[in-house]
Design a protein around this ligand. Sequence first.
Ligand code: AKG
Length: 273
Amino acid sequence: MPPAIPTCPADTDPDTMYDALDDAGCLVVAGLATPDHVAAVRAELADAMAATRVADDDPDDFYPGITRRVVALMHRSPTMRELMMHPVVEELGDRHLGPNGGKWTLNVTAALEVGPGARDQVLHREEDLYPFFPLPRPNLILATMWAMSDFTADNGGTQLVPGSHRWDADRRPGPEEIVRAEMPAGSVLVWLGGTLHGAGANVTADAWRYGVVLTYNLGWLRQEENQHVSMPLADALELPEPVRSRLGFDMDYGDGGLGFYDPRVVLGSRVSA
Ligand SMILES: O=C(O)CCC(=O)C(=O)O
């Protein structure tokens, strides 16, 4: 049987989603974002995307050319803040990351456009950020890709190697083990941080693929994107507490007082003592 990315509708029960993701290391959940969500995200990010240069193609670069990448999305897109906390993602995060350290945080945000002529990105694991742990690692990262356009095998649909989250470091995938995520706009591709993946080549004449990556990591690990700088403190203080907490602005990640601060200093003039 050739490998496949399991796919399920948004109302699938959490146990089934958990098992499918645990088994394959990747999962597509269809219909999590509505057409209104997709239109709102695209509108909220339009200026930043338009102001971003299309990358040149350097074959040695980790990021393929003919792509555009915008980060700091929690600051730029209120709708992505809402989707960041989607109950399905919360459930999968609690189950896959929770057992390895309690709280977990938002790690990376990026809106990614892949243009016609872009090459395959080199396959990698999100958890390679943390090489201290030998492969296969405990779950350190959960990754999501929100489709803001249809994803196809031809237009840059994410390449994945199902099952590779359980592989040893020296095992390389054959071409027959690599599959490309195909999903309509509004779907979410979820994968574990140990699963080999990368942006797909875009071999279409004129179709740009548009996706938004949000990854989450254990709260006791350093976040790859510095959310405390990407979201100015004054704005963070206006966010609902669960959102601020997921960004890592509160204390007590893991056992003890990781991330402690003095609220009198943080809140400045709002606190007198
Ligand atoms: O764009 C994609 O499909 C995957 C992106 C990715 O893996 C990356 O930017 O590191």
